[in-house]
Design a protein around this ligand. Structure first.
Ligand code: SF4
Ligand code: SF4
Length: 376
């Protein structure tokens, strides 16, 4: 008689849902907190003044560069992997990336996609942008970050921006794959130990849980992240499940709850205080998305990062009066729910230039509360 001994079923690993547990696992061995370079703020303000003196009404602050749209994840709320599905196999050359950055001329470059760490020329691209003294924010889901890091030295001009939508359970649900949060957190720990600047980037969707987000914010603050970037999700029409997106008033209610001053005072947000106030519904701005032109394999998205009714090879087409008569809140129905930082954080900066009290609030936030000026 043969007796089959079945192995006991493996116990599921408990999810890491508290800051205490996360810090036990991922607190960097040598807590290094690289400072946000003061040069970032001074260069940005000097650039804005120079552009205004040249008489430019509209000009870019951040070049959004998407070298490829392919990704190693399929997040539920992602518009890019769906919108660019027919060209996911294509990517920009290194020269095309550098030409786009030069054509835009903005001092800040945000590299996104798709997943930029899948771009084979990323180390050369980052090296060249750093050499030219652009401030580069490289947005990543973290899956390949540890590998790519080996080819990219730390620099004050480079910041990794890790996509983290919550603690383990919430984030893995958001990106539709188990284990991603742990890989991203391990990469963050390694990056911080090696002296890189690291930020987190959280998009809010329906169902985002305030208590879970506070655990995340506590974790990344104590790990030594440079700042927390927050944004409202955009209701990309290509996304089949539109239920995940918040309407404008719903977003405001969620942000009011999550950004209650007594709850978040100890966290270091990269977004400036005026944009956080806008998210809480305390201010109104018209969109200035021309400040974040987005270059993709098909050209510059026209008009903006979330919407592409067409693409163009000429970045200057994105600054025309005629274009912006058609887009923005109250002009195009697809703008009605949009509160994205690419359209509205820059609006707070331009608003502050016209209003000394707002400028004082922004500078106070930067100097006293160590907030940023704008999330890229
Ligand atoms: S990681 Fe980013 S690019 Fe990739 S599927 Fe998710 S949202 Fe889209
Ligand atoms: S408000 Fe409209 S034009 Fe502005 S960023 Fe949002 S979708 Fe684009």
């Amino acid at each position: 008689m043969t007796i089959t001994v079945r192995p006991a079923p493996a116990k599921p690993t408990p999810k890491v849902n508290t800051a205490e547990e996360a810090l036990r696992l991922f607190r960097p061995a040598r807590p290094v907190r690289p400072k946000r370079p003061a040069e970032l703020g001074t260069r940005l303000f000097a650039y804005i003044i120079t552009q205004r003196l040249k008489g430019r009404r509209r000009f870019p602050l951040v070049t959004m560069l998407e070298p490829l749209e392919a990704c190693n994840l399929t997040c539920e709320g992602c518009g890019r992997i769906r919108e660019y599905e027919p060209v996911l196999h294509r990517m920009l050359s290194l020269e095309e990336c550098l030409q786009a950055v030069e054509a835009s001329g903005a001092p800040i470059v945000s590299i996104a996609g798709g997943e930029p760490t899948m771009y084979p020329h990323l180390p050369e691209l980052l090296g060249e942008l750093v050499r030219r003294k652009y401030f580069v924010f490289c947005c990543t889901n973290g899956l390949l970050l540890e590998k790519v890091m080996q080819k990219v030295p730390p620099s004050k001009y480079l910041c990794w921006v890790l996509h983290l939508d919550g603690m383990e359970e919430q984030h893995d649900r958001s990106v539709a794959r188990r284990g991603v949060w742990r890989i991203a957190m391990r990469a963050a720990k390694t990056a911080l130990e090696r002296g890189y600047r690291v930020c987190s980037n959280t998009t809010l969707f329906k169902g985002s849980n305030a208590e879970d987000l506070y655990e995340l914010f506590e974790t990344v603050t104590q790990m030594g992240f440079e700042g927390i970037m927050l944004s409202a999700g955009y209701d990309f029409q290509m996304v089949p499940n539109q239920e995940v997106f918040l309407k404008r008033q719903e977003s405001i209610e969620v942000f009011k709850r999550i950004l209650a001053p007594d709850k978040v005072r100890r966290f270091r947000f990269y977004n400036n205080p005026l944009y956080l106030s806008f998210l809480r519904g305390e201010r109104w701005y018209q969109c200035t998305a021309w400040s974040n032109p987005t270059y993709t394999i098909l050209g510059w998205r026209k008009p903006c990062y979330p919407l592409a009714d067409s693409h163009t090879q000429d970045v200057n087409e994105l600054f025309s009066d005629a274009l912006w008569e058609k887009y923005g809140v109250g002009k195009d129905p697809r703008c009605a729910n949009c509160m994205m930082h690419c359209g509205f954080e820059s609006a707070t900066i331009f608003g502050a230039l016209r209003n000394p009290r707002d400028m004082a609030a922004m500078l106070y936030g930067m100097l006293v509360n160590r907030s940023g000026i704008g999330a890229s």
